[in-house]
Design a protein. Structure first.
Length: 343
C-alpha cells in the first residue's frame, strides 16, 4: 500500500446500501488510483466482500505485453487484474469480459471494436462515441445480468449496483462536465448508480501517486518500457484511439504499425476518416515522410490473435455498411502543419 496519498478520499456514497459494488478497471494510470480510493472506502464501510471488479477487454486493440531489455512488461488486461488484486479483491472476484459474436463452429468468439467500426461504416466521434457503450459499458452491464437475476429473486426488489470508474476532469471537457455521482439506470430489475471517486485528481497528482504505488503503470506511458519518464502516450485506452491527441496517435502508429495499417484499410474501404479532422492514412504518411516520436519499442503483432482480427475485419468490410459515412465529409486538417509531405 502506498505510504501516502496525494488527496484525502472524497466522501463516498453509502456503500452499505448497494448489493453489488462494481469497479470498472481499464488498466490505465487513473484506474489504479480509483481502485485504491474506492477499496479504502469499501473496507471502512465493511462491505469489501460485495466488490466484484470488471475489465472490459478490447482484445488485440489493447496495449499488449512486451519484452524489452530482457524484462517483460504486462499488457492492459493483465494490469487491470493486478490493480484489482493489489487492493484486496480475490482473483475469482475479478472478471474480464468482452463483446462476442457467433464463431464458425457455433461457439462464441470475441468481436473486436475495429470489426464493429468496419461493419458500422463510421468511426466513433465525440458526438457519437458508440465505442464506449458497445465495447465497454454494455458488455459489463450484460455481465451483471446473472447476478441481478439471482439477487432479485432473493431480495424481491430491484438490485442496487454501484458502478465505480476512474474518469477524471483532466481527461477532457466531456468528463469535466460529468457528475461525480449520478443514477444511470433504474428499472424493475436494477438500479445503477455511478461514482467517480478520483474525478478531481489532476494528472500530476496521479503520476505522483504512482511513484510508490503497489502496482506498475502501463509501459506505453513511458518513452520506452521501464524508462519511468512518462514520455510516451498520455492515455492508455485503445492503442489507436480516435479521441487521442495527434502526438499519441503518431506514437501509436510507430509502436503498432500493422494495427495502424489495418485501421487505414477500414478507412479507405468505408470512406470515413479516423477522425473528422485527420485521416489515419495521412498520419501514417506523415510519420514516414516527416518523422514521428521515437516509438521506443515496436510490437510485432504477428500472432494468431492478430491474424484472426484481420480476417474478422476484412469479412466485415465485404458487407454493406450499416451507416453512410457522412461524418467524414467535414474539412480535414493536414497532420503536417505546413511540412512538405504529400497528402
Amino acid at each position: 500500500m502506498p505510504s501516502r496519498t496525494v488527496h484525502r478520499p472524497p466522501r463516498a456514497p453509502d456503500l452499505t446500501s448497494y448489493d453489488l459494488l462494481a469497479p470498472q478497471l481499464s488498466g490505465g494510470k487513473a484506474s489504479a488510483v480509483m481502485m485504491f480510493v474506492f477499496m479504502e472506502a469499501a473496507r471502512a464501510a465493511g462491505v469489501a466482500d460485495r466488490v466484484i471488479s470488471y475489465h472490459s477487454s478490447l482484445g488485440v486493440l489493447e496495449w499488449p505485453p512486451v519484452v524489452f531489455g530482457g524484462i517483460r512488461y504486462p499488457g492492459v488486461s493483465e494490469l487491470a487484474a493486478l490493480q484489482s488484486a493489489a487492493f484486496g479483491v480475490p482473483a475469482d472476484r475479478h472478471l474480464e469480459v468482452t463483446r462476442t459474436m457467433p464463431g464458425p463452429d457455433g461457439t462464441r468468439m470475441p468481436r473486436s471494436l475495429l470489426t464493429e467500426i468496419a461493419a458500422y461504416g463510421r468511426f466513433p466521434r465525440m458526438g457519437s462515441p458508440y465505442c464506449r457503450k458497445s465495447a465497454k459499458e454494455s458488455v459489463v452491464s450484460s455481465a451483471w445480468t446473472p447476478i441481478v437475476n439471482r439477487l432479485k429473486r432473493e431480495l424481491d426488489r430491484p438490485v442496487r449496483i454501484l458502478k465505480v470508474m476512474g474518469l477524471r476532469s483532466d481527461e477532457g471537457p466531456d468528463r469535466k462536465k460529468r457528475e461525480a455521482f449520478r443514477t444511470v439506470q433504474a428499472n424493475s430489475a436494477r438500479v445503477v448508480d455511478e461514482w467517480l471517486p478520483v474525478k478531481d485528481w489532476s494528472t500530476d497528482a496521479v503520476k505522483e501517486w504512482h511513484a510508490d504505488a503497489p502496482v506498475p503503470y502501463c509501459w506505453t506511458y513511458d518513452s520506452a518500457p521501464g524508462a519511468g519518464d512518462w514520455g510516451g502516450t498520455s492515455r492508455c485506452s485503445c492503442s489507436l484511439c480516435v479521441f487521442a491527441s495527434r502526438h499519441d496517435v503518431l506514437l501509436s502508429i510507430g509502436r503498432r504499425p500493422r494495427l495502424a495499417d489495418l485501421y487505414a484499410e477500414v478507412e479507405q474501404v468505408r470512406g470515413d476518416s479516423f477522425r473528422a479532422d485527420w485521416r489515419i492514412t495521412d498520419l501514417i504518411r506523415h510519420a514516414a515522410a516527416c518523422g514521428a516520436p521515437d516509438p521506443g519499442v515496436v510490437c510485432s503483432d504477428d500472432g494468431p490473435e492478430f491474424t484472426a482480427l484481420e480476417e474478422q475485419v476484412r469479412a466485415a468490410l465485404e458487407e454493406e455498411p450499416r451507416k453512410e459515412p457522412d461524418l467524414a465529409r467535414r474539412t480535414r486538417r493536414s497532420p503536417c502543419d505546413g511540412c512538405a509531405a504529400p497528402l
